[in-house]
Design a protein around this ligand. Structure first.
Ligand code: NAP
Length: 473
């Protein structure tokens, strides 16, 4: 596939292979962009903004509604691309493709709800003769940088609201999974998006990141990815708006009165969805001592039924990690935990990029897999008996995206909801539950600002005040 610069799909001699991590076959190639390509993208995006800022809300919404329709007609094609270039099984990929239709549709709906307010000028002496209001205006060029784990829907979470708001966009998709993103841009152009409203620059973040991030023509960076890249980007950005959706180490409390069937099923799925490469994937299970053994038994039984392997087979539950290198990293983190006293309850084996769904107990607080985001198919078990201590443990790490609790006691649920330090608390769901239109984001190292279409639109617009001085009224 090609990248999109100045309204043209362009190729370069220097190419990057896009590889299916299950069998290492090359699915396609994309050009490896350089600094000159970045300059062309930036200049074209500025031209694009001159067009997009004059488009009506109606026109912006119509393009997005049409794109959502086109996508819904091609769901299986999109699901197959997601499943081939990334880690997801075809079942997981279908879910992502249909969520993407919802993300684009909600962006169109939210475009029609960009609102302002009349300002009460007479609320301070001297303002009596003034009348006016504020309305929200687009920001300008938005640089969207996206990760590999939801290669379509997380791109839609940036392009949908950016277009709805009237901005132009430069998209830099993850190098390992650029194909779904490029296909989505094709659909948006087919739906009528003006040619310079969007640029797609494919290439390594380490090469094209700095020239794009540090350029003053970019007025906002919307980044989803890991903390390390996030810190680097924040350091290079200069004075511009930054939205950051970063990683986590999600805690789930299973209280003694939990519905165990529900908790086990939800936590197994939440731990191993997309081979654990999921920003809201369950990483720490804090289980009440009264039900610990029963929960553990049922969790292991269900995990052991998981079919791992070929992503395109209908009955596969979990695919490979994104690269063998990542699977080796997880293997090393598990070894490190075992060296520090952890016990492997199930899993702990690797074959190429396939790492078996794994559960550990008896974790040392020094183990990397306890403190850092694992972003792989492993989950840690901890025994608890006191709610305050469990909440303190959940809050003890420098992340805070989503947290969760299973309980049938409303007092316990409310206490956890108020005291857990994070961007959202799920009650009787694992952390792996997200509605695309809910405010989504984290505290501490989990991020800055919120996505979720209405909330992204707030971030991607600025209020402008319009004030009439009317001395003769
Ligand atoms: P990553 O390595 O941080 O990469 C994310 C994106 O940033 C990629 O497009 C990458 O490009 C780019 N990038 C890397 N270094 C850059 C630089 N110096 N300048 C500009 N761009 C740069 O993350 P990942 O491995 O793809 O994704 C996993 C991470 O994303 C996890 O930490 C996960 O929790 C997080 N995530 C968060 C959310 C959320 O909503 N909070 C959702 C999904 C994922 P290359 O691909 O070329 O390196």
């Amino acid at each position: 596939m090609k990248m999109l610069l100045n309204g043209q799909w362009v190729d370069r001699d220097d190419k990057i292979d896009v590889i299916d991590p299950f069998d290492n076959s090359v699915i396609d190639t994309v050009p490896s962009a350089n600094a000159e390509d970045c300059e062309l993208a930036l200049a074209s995006a500025v031209k694009g903004f001159e067009v997009t800022k004059k488009m009506t809300v109606y026109d912006r919404a119509q393009i997005l509604f049409k794109a959502a329709n086109l996508l819904s007609e091609r769901l299986e094609e999109f699901a197959t691309i997601i499943a081939r270039e990334g880690s997801k099984t075809i079942k997981e990929a279908r879910k992502e493709a249909s969520r993407c239709v919802n993300t684009i549709t909600c962006s169109a709906e939210e475009a029609k709800r960009i609102l302002g307010e009349t300002i009460p000028w007479d609320s301070f002496p001297g303002g009596e003769k003034r009348r006016g209001y504020y309305y929200r205006f687009p920001i300008g060029v938005i640089l969207a940088i996206t990760p590999f784990n939801d290669p379509l829907n997380l791109v839609a979470h940036k392009l949908g609201p950016a277009i709805a708001a009237g901005n132009s966009v430069i998209l830099k998709p993850a190098t390992v999974t650029p194909l779904s993103a490029i296909k989505l841009v094709e659909v948006l152009l087919e739906a009528g998006l003006p040619e310079n409203a969007i640029q797609v620059v494919t290439g390594y973040g380490s090469v094209i990141g700095d020239p794009l991030v540090s350029d003053e023509r970019v007025r906002m960076i919307s980044f989803t990815g890991g903390v390390e890249a996030g810190k680097h980007i924040a350091g290079k950005a200069g004075i511009k708006k930054i939205g950051m959706e970063l990683g986590s180490n999600s805690p789930v409390i299973v209280w003694k009165d939990a519905d165990l069937d529900l908790a086990v099923e939800s936590c197994v799925s939440g731990s191993f969805w997309a081979a654990g490469q999921n920003c809201i994937g369950v990483q720490r299970l804090l289980i009440h001592k009264d039900i610990y053994d029963e929960f553990k038994k049922r969790f292991i039984e269900l995990t052991n039924k998981y079919k791992i392997g070929d992503k395109l087979k209908e009955d596969t539950d979990m695919g490979p990690m994104i690269t063998e290198k990542e699977a080796i990293r997880v293997e090393n983190w598990v070894k490190d935990a075992v060296d520090k006293g952890a016990k492997i309850l199930t899993g702990g084996t690797r074959e190429g990029a396939l790492y078996a769904p794994t559960a550990l107990e008896n974790l040392s607080s020094e183990a990397t897999i306890h403190c850092e985001e694992v972003f792989g198919p492993t989950v840690n078990f901890y025994k608890i008996d006191d709610l305050d201590k469990a909440i303190a443990e959940a809050n003890s790490l420098p992340y805070g995206l989503l947290a969760a609790i299973f309980t049938s006691n409303v007092d316990v649920a409310f206490k956890a909801a108020y005291d857990l330090d994070c961007g959202g608390v799920m009650i009787n769901d694992s952390t792996d539950y997200r509605l695309d239109s809910m405010p989504f984001g984290g505290v501490k190292y989990s991020g800055l600002g919120r996505e979720g279409l209405k909330f992204s639109l707030q971030e991607m617009t600025e209020p402008k005040v319009i004030c009439f001085n009317l001395p003769n009224i």
